[in-house]
Write a protein that binds this ligand. Structure first.
Ligand SMILES: CC(C)(COP(=O)(O)OP(=O)(O)OC[C@H]1O[C@@H](n2cnc3c(N)ncnc32)[C@H](O)[C@@H]1OP(=O)(O)O)[C@@H](O)C(=O)NCCC(=O)NCCS
Length: 189
């Protein structure tokens, strides 16, 4: 363990924001993009507190809006560094929306933001080790390790699948799908 190591609790961050009418979509619910933007902010705050540097977002996993968020609700985003690599960090974010009148809280989603710490030269820079102080934190770190392995395996499978797609067999492959192939003539202007 280096002297730079920091416990998870040191960078845990919560942002709470009131959902105002200008955040709503045409259906009267909160835009997914508003929530994503807040999630990116809290991920940045949490990651940069741990790293002690500027951080950038590299990838976002498991964004599912399973329950709508309403205008007037208080949304709290709880962020925690779940994993650190050499220069990257995975920040877990739990999003909860509270109805201020009833005090009822609903868990709307949990997502994972991979951030990379950047040095003054704009290059990835090493982050402090993470001190895990309870079994839940150990479990989350191991989960992230497994998630990275699974993502890598899916990426390799997808790269392989992409390189074997035969558009000339599209009629057969898409027979049961809800699409119509209507190729257009390309004009040679
Ligand atoms: C993220 C970025 C720094 C990676 O640069 P790179 O030259 O590939 O750097 P490296 O190969 O050294 O990778 C750095 C770290 O990023 C991780 N990483 C790179 N691509 C990744 C991906 N697609 N998903 C998850 N992690 C990734 C690497 O695993 C490595 O982590 P580690 O040091 O903990 O092992 C670079 O792609 C970048 O600056 N992207 C733009 C990010 C940005 O501006 N985001 C804001 C939104 S536009």
């Amino acid at each position: 363990m280096t002297s730079l190591a920091k416990p998870v609790v040191d960078s845990q961050t919560t942002i709470t924001e009131l959902m105002i009418p200008s955040y709503a979509n045409f259906g009267g619910k909160i835009h997914g993009g508003i929530l994503l933007s807040l999630m990116d902010k809290v991920a940045y705050a949490c990651a940069s507190k741990h790293a002690g540097t500027y951080c950038v977002t590299v990838s976002v996993d498991k964004v599912e809006f399973l329950q709508p968020v309403e205008v007037g609700e208080l949304v709290a985003m709880h962020a925690s560094v779940n994993y650190v690599g050499r220069t990257s960090l995975i920040v877990g974010i739990r999003v909860e929306a509270q109805n201020v009148k009833t005090a009822a809280i609903k868990h709307t989603n949990s997502s994972y933001f991979t951030m990379v710490a950047k040095g003054d030269d704009d290059k990835p820079t090493q982050v402090p080790e993470l001190i895990l102080q309870n079994k839940e934190q150990v479990k989350r770190f191991i989960e992230c390790l497994r998630m990275k392995e699974i993502k890598q395996a899916v990426k390799e499978k997808m790269d392989d699948a992409r390189s074997h797609i035969e558009v000339k067999n599209a009629d057969t492959i898409l027979k049961e799908e809800r699409c119509i192939i209507q190729y257009q003539e390309v004009s040679k202007a």
